[in-house]
Design a protein around this ligand. Structure first.
Ligand SMILES: [Cu+2]
Length: 139
């Protein structure tokens, strides 16, 4: 019986396609929201061993987490939602930042304080769900 269980475990592990894609998330952080503000931006750097797409994010610290991008139109910065996610290339990391791609957190939990570490869940098309520990900080 034990041998059968081990065989099943081995077969399940071998069938997991995630082994083909390796995703590394670095420098995850959330910009400290000013007092009374219920929106905040979160940023990560994503490296992937094969081309992939970041489809969405979630955080227990906020009611919603959406992928956005800042763009310059003339002299004004505009923000638009990335409805189809953000591409991650095997040749260049996806580097989020305050003037580019970011994760918009809305309905932020009042308990979000500077210095806190909160888990950020990222969903990839091929890589599945990756959780990163994001630090709440000013810059
Ligand atoms: Cu935004």
């Amino acid at each position: 019986m034990r041998a059968l269980a081990l065989t099943l475990m081995f077969l399940l592990a071998a069938a997991t396609p995630a082994a083909a894609q390796t995703i590394t998330v670095e420098n995850a952080w959330i910009m400290t929201p000013p007092p009374g503000v219920t929106e905040a931006s979160a940023f990560v750097t994503v490296r992937a061993s094969a081309d992939d797409r970041l489809l969405g994010a979630s955080c227990e610290c906020a009611q919603r987490a959406d992928l956005h991008e800042m763009n310059m139109s003339g002299s004004t910065m505009t923000m638009r939602p990335l409805r189809y996610g953000a591409p991650v290339s095997a040749s260049a990391p996806l580097t989020m930042g305050p003037h580019g791609v970011h994760i918009m957190l809305t309905g932020v939990n009042a308990a979000l304080q500077e210095g806190q570490i909160v888990p950020l869940r990222l969903t990839f098309r091929d890589g599945g769900i990756v959780t990163a520990n994001a630090e709440v900080r000013r810059r």
